[in-house]
Design a protein. Structure first.
Length: 431
């Protein structure tokens, strides 16, 4: 490792300790690297502009963010909650099941764990804590854990970014996340069932049978979005990037149909979407110069050689990668790991014969679990900021659900077909 690379990491680490935005730290580190190497600082602009210009798939990110913002701002969530309560509310701990089901439904619309936690997740928490049905700590812990499903079931912003750095098929990644996402939801429901028996969770009033068709029909239209996206991608009607524009238009049409957004509210939604998109784009742009430095130092080749010399099997490689990402997920931002650390392992995965779609889904699941793990569980911080719920209490209550999510991750790692079965059935050729 050269002195220039050490300086880059030191500058980046220093800016993080000063609590500057991660993108600023990466840019500052990139400038320090170029100066230390005696290279023209203007090379940074060249790397950033070329990277953004050549990344057609990156266009999907702001459009998926827009779709998520519109879905969260409209009255669509009310209809989905009513449908979920009608279906499972009468079971013991019914509102806890509703929390998970709504996260699954919104995962097919937003592609963002933070958006799910701050939107429908917040509504779920308020319903669960109303009349003291559940403690705020339990509701917050479950909301954080169920929100991790958001970027697993398509569409998925992290999977779009992974496709950018790995060259994998976005469509195959989207399909690969369907079964793992439902597996995660099922594992959380198992935890609710067990805890419900132990703590005697409350039930909701059963919806009358004659009212069921009306309630289900009112919540049906939003459920068509993932069907439209995946059907359109694999029928060749539109590309995965164009699918993001379809998602945004689908969300707009739903709000028009339900008359759930005023023009003033829509303007605020567009502004918020613009801010979020700019934040993500700045991180991606700053990652290009970081990746330039890492590639110049031949770090990916050195990592690949290390794995080859130690004669790791596919399974050993995946288990070690899981361990690395789970540990780093306690401290680092998801975007940083996707854009800086994942490219280090892609060459090794190829040499080991690991399918990049399987690897991508496993990596994204790791990172979503990292959003709940202390000390820097971003989802827990978001819920704490929005509701004032105790962080310590949420961490304690989340432990059983975290254990179940880790079991789901282990199953995906041990049995690649959990990820690959659906893409392969739709024509994806295993790499």
């Amino acid at each position: 490792m050269s002195n220039a690379l050490i300086l880059m990491l030191a500058v980046m680490g220093g800016t993080m300790l000063l609590r500057a935005p991660i993108s600023f730290g990466m840019l500052a580190g990139g400038v320090a690297y170029l100066i230390a190497k005696g290279q023209d600082v203007g090379l940074m602009a060249e790397q950033v502009l070329n990277g953004l210009y050549n990344s057609y798939v990156l266009l999907a990110v702001p459009l998926f963010i827009l779709a998520a913002s519109i879905m969260n701002a409209g009255a669509i969530s009310e209809r989905l909650f009513a449908m979920a309560i009608a279906l499972v509310g009468h079971f013991r701990g019914g509102l806890a099941y509703v929390n998970v089901i709504v996260s699954v439904i919104f995962s097919g619309m937003s592609g963002s764990a933070i958006a799910d936690a701050a939107g429908p997740g917040l509504v779920s928490m308020r319903m669960m804590t109303d009349k003291k049905r559940f403690t705020p700590e339990f509701a917050g812990a479950l909301t954080a854990c169920s929100s991790t499903i958001g970027p697993i079931i398509p569409p998925s912003i992290p999977m779009v970014i992974y496709a950018l750095v790995s060259g994998s098929s976005v469509g195959a990644l989207f399909l690969g996340g369907v079964v793992p996402g439902f597996l995660m939801a099922f594992s959380l429901m198992v935890g609710i069932y067990i805890l419900g028996r132990i703590h005697d969770f409350p039930r909701e009033e059963r919806t009358h049978f004659r009212d069921m068709p009306k309630v289900v029909l009112q919540g049906f239209l939003p459920l068509t979005l993932p069907i439209v996206l995946l059907g359109g991608i694999y029928s060749g009607v539109f590309t995965p990037t164009e699918a993001a524009a379809v998602a945004a238009m689908h969300a707009i049409l739903l709000t028009i149909y339900y008359r759930s957004l005023t023009w003033q509210r829509m303007w605020h939604v567009l502004q918020e979407s613009l801010r979020q998109s700019a934040s993500v784009t700045l991180i991606v742009a700053s990652a290009f110069i970081m990746n330039y430095a890492i590639a110049s130092e031949q770090i990916p080749d050195l990592v690949a050689q290390w794995f080859t010399q130690h004669e790791f099997t596919k399974l050993q490689f995946l288990l070690l990668a899981n361990l690395v990402f789970l540990v780093l997920g306690c401290f680092l931002d998801t975007s940083t790991m996707l854009l800086v650390l994942v490219p280090l392992l892609i060459p090794s995965a190829k040499i080991m014969g690991v399918d990049l779609v399987h690897f991508g889904v496993v990596v994204v699941v790791n990172m979503m679990i990292g959003l709940v793990t202390p000390p820097f569980g971003m989802l827990l911080f978001v819920i704490n900021a929005l509701t004032g719920t105790s962080l310590k209490g949420m961490i304690r209550q989340s432990l059983p659900f975290m254990a179940l999510l880790l079991i789901s991750l282990l199953l995906m790692t041990l049995f690649p077909q959990i990820v690959l079965w659906l893409p392969q059935s739709m024509g994806y050729a295993t790499q």
